[in-house]
Design a protein around this ligand. Structure first.
Ligand SMILES: Cc1cc2nc3c(=O)[nH]c(=O)nc-3n(C[C@H](O)[C@H](O)[C@H](O)COP(=O)(O)OP(=O)(O)OC[C@H]3O[C@@H](n4cnc5c(N)ncnc54)[C@H](O)[C@@H]3O)c2cc1C
Length: 373
């Protein structure tokens, strides 16, 4: 079977990987380079974590997600997962730190609890006066996205997939599994998978009621000298507590220290809009973190990265089949960690035609599958 995959973010790359492994002929079309820094998958790192708020289905899927990444690391000959563990901070009742514990409690997953002073002794960038408790789970860390994207691109080239990077798709014929490129050239396959991230609505405008487009930014920081070692050895911080839905990825093997906050997300209608950071945007984002961190204004802004991404109303993942085309949006702001598992599941659905099973898996509605030991 010949499958065209549109989009070389993590969803498209892993779908191409899993289909190639099953012996299918794959053409992967990407409008930019691989990885594309403008894609949601093109940043330096993304969080892996077990605790999942009230979404217990996704918490259970983490086991399958990790198993799929392990299969990918074996193929790439190298792991791009830093299993540093994750911290959550509790500032007040019912904040993200509290939700971290209730999620892990319900699933029966282990974690450690710390008083503010114990936590600040262990992670000296914390200000113990600003929070009530801290928690640590060994189940998580950071996925090194740019290296994963580059590694997958290389693996696909080596294993016979056709890569059309710097090639933009302008139209899709879902019934015929045919795409038109900006050059006017058309390509047809047996099956088509659209994994176009924030650009999905440009190709499928009728999904506007289903997928919402947002723009956000993350800030990279250089901490004060006396805290560099603490950050270099830090777990990821899944939630800083309080009201900002803030999280932090530590510097790992050449990546930067990154602060990001859910409250920074804004609706947009164009994935290309405001992709240059506004003056002062990084500093404003950094300053949201004055709790739980000590003297956060002393951290120098080194880089601000903007991003566009899609959400469904209930923050699950979405798929639709029409004709010979499967359209996929495994994002809602939390899809990267499932990347390799998504690729395996999409490839399975393309092969066996059971798209309803894929849809329910993407919504975390299926019981977990027994994994090989
Ligand atoms: C700021 C931020 C923080 C996040 N943090 C986390 C996290 O910590 N953990 C986590 O698990 N997830 C996280 N996510 C979500 C995660 O990044 C996304 O779920 C995931 O990267 C989406 O991958 P994708 O392949 O669906 O889309 P993308 O990575 O956006 O890829 C789509 C690709 O399609 C290409 N494309 C689009 N249209 C066309 C076209 N017409 N022709 C050719 N190519 C095209 C694009 O160039 C792009 O490369 C975060 C997202 C953001 C934005």
């Amino acid at each position: 079977m010949h499958v065209i995959v549109v989009g070389a973010g993590i969803a498209g790359l892993t779908t191409a990987w899993a289909l190639t492994k099953r012996g299918h002929a794959v053409t992967l079309v990407e409008q930019g380079p691989i990885p594309n820094p403008l894609s949601a998958s093109g940043d330096e790192h993304r969080l892996m974590r077990r605790a999942y708020g009230t979404a217990d289905g996704y918490a259970r899927l983490i086991t399958e997600a990790l198993d799929a990444w392990d299969e990918l690391w074996a193929d790439l000959g190298q792991s791009f997962y830093a299993n540093r563990g994750v911290i959550a901070i509790n500032q007040f009742t019912n904040d993200g730190g509290a939700a971290f514990c209730t999620s892990l409690d319900r699933g029966g997953y282990a974690y450690d609890s710390f008083t503010p002073h114990q936590a600040a002794e262990r992670w000296p960038y914390l200000d113990p006066a600003t929070f009530r408790a801290a928690y640590y789970s060994p189940d998580g860390g950071a996925l090194l996205c740019q290296r994963i994207g580059a590694g997958l691109g290389q693996w696909l080239r080596t294993n016979g997939a056709t890569i059309r990077d710097h090639t933009t798709v302008t139209a899709v014929d879902e019934a015929a599994a045919r795409i038109t490129l900006s050059t006017g050239e058309t390509l047809t396959a047996d099956q088509l998978v659209i994994a176009a991230g924030a650009w999905t609505l440009k190709l499928m405008p009728d999904l506007a009621g289903t997928l919402t487009l947002c723009r956000t930014a993350v800030v990279y920081l250089d901490p004060p000298t006396h805290l560099r070692t603490a950050w270099a050895n830090s777990p990821a911080i899944q939630n800083v507590g309080g009201a900002i839905s803030g999280y932090v990825l530590p510097p790992i093997d050449g990546t930067g220290l990154k602060f990001a906050a859910g409250v920074n997300k804004r609706l947009t209608h164009d994935p290309a809009a405001k992709r240059t950071a506004e003056p002062g945007e990084g500093e404003r984002l950094r300053d949201l973190f004055d709790a739980p961190f000590a003297n956060v204004q002393s951290y120098a802004v080194t880089k601000v990265v903007t991003c566009a991404y899609t959400f469904t109303e209930d923050h699950t993942f979405f798929t639709r089949t029409r004709g010979r085309t499967l359209t996929l949006s495994a994002c809602s702001g939390h899809g990267y960690k499932f990347g390799a598992a998504v690729g395996r599941r999409v490839a399975e659905a393309v092969c066996d035609g059971n798209h309803d099973q894929l849809r329910r898996w993407l919504r975390a509605e299926l019981p977990p599958r027994a994994l090989a030991a």
